[in-house]
Design a protein around this ligand. Structure first.
Ligand code: GLP
Length: 237
């Protein structure tokens, strides 16, 4: 794992957006694994700006999002589909039919392998170390499946996206598994701000997979970069 520190959220997001643009320029049919949550919002803003200024061509790019809530309609205001359409897909020339989300019917891992596998996977991280919605207890060889969200995740997500109303947050989601994520050729995990300090300190110390800290799976991936900002951690690693 490589660790890269940036001055702030803006600089970190600028870097990640440039890495994504580089990926697309090298391979106009790039297959991207994308994440939701508050962390990638600025990155998606930079990618949207880049499209309006430089017209980077997304017309042959495909995307596979990590996860989606269950129990709310696909185009609900709070669905990850709606989030992605608003923050990125509607602002670039990606074809919506090339953008994918897991659901109970679509054999997501097969769909990803048939497309050729993920070239570049973007990840955020939950305070409890979850990646996608792989909560503590997720198995090393887990594939896309229905998952129960922890109380902690429900509370955190309620504050960030549901006006603090816990009763509105779905209790289940469908998420790529740890094994599905590990199949990506290249991974960038972003950790921004104070709320992730302890999580990243813990990740730095990981040597092996710890079932209680899902992001630890990444220690055995050959191409992972952890992008963090000074507010998250001011130490050099
Ligand atoms: C959410 C998502 C994850 C995300 C994480 C962190 O629940 N399922 O994909 O990376 O939690 O969220 P945030 O970026 O808002 O801190």
């Amino acid at each position: 794992m490589k660790f890269l520190k940036f001055e702030n959220e803006i600089e970190a997001s600028k870097y990640v957006s440039q890495e994504i643009i580089k990926e697309i320029k090298e391979n106009n049919k790039a297959i991207l694994g994308l994440a939701t949550g508050s962390t990638p919002i600025k990155t998606y803003e930079f990618l949207s700006k880049d499209f309006s200024l430089n017209k980077t061509d997304w017309s042959k790019v495909s995307s596979f999002n990590l996860d989606e809530y269950l129990g709310i309609p696909e185009y609900d205001e709070q669905s990850y589909r709606t989030f992605m359409n608003k923050t990125l897909f509607n602002n670039i020339n990606i074809k919506l039919e090339n953008t994918h989300f897991p659901n109970k019917e679509n054999n997501y891992d097969d769909l990803i392998s048939k497309a050729g596998g993920i070239d570049f996977q973007l990840l955020g991280i939950g305070v409890n170390g979850h990646i996608g919605f792989n909560e503590p207890g997720s198995l090393e060889n887990s594939l896309t499946r229905v998952v129960d969200l922890t109380e902690e995740t429900i509370e955190v997500n309620a504050k960030k996206f549901f006006d603090g109303d816990i009763s509105l947050v779905p209790h289940q989601a469908i998420s790529m598994g740890l094994k599905s994520i590990m199949r990506a050729k290249k991974i960038i995990l972003m950790a921004l701000g104070k709320s992730k300090t302890e999580t990243i300190k813990k990740l730095i110390k990981c040597k092996n997979f710890d079932i209680n800290f899902p992001a630890s799976i990444l220690v055995s991936h050959p191409n992972v970069t952890i992008v963090y900002d000074k507010e998250c951690l001011n130490n050099e690693i």
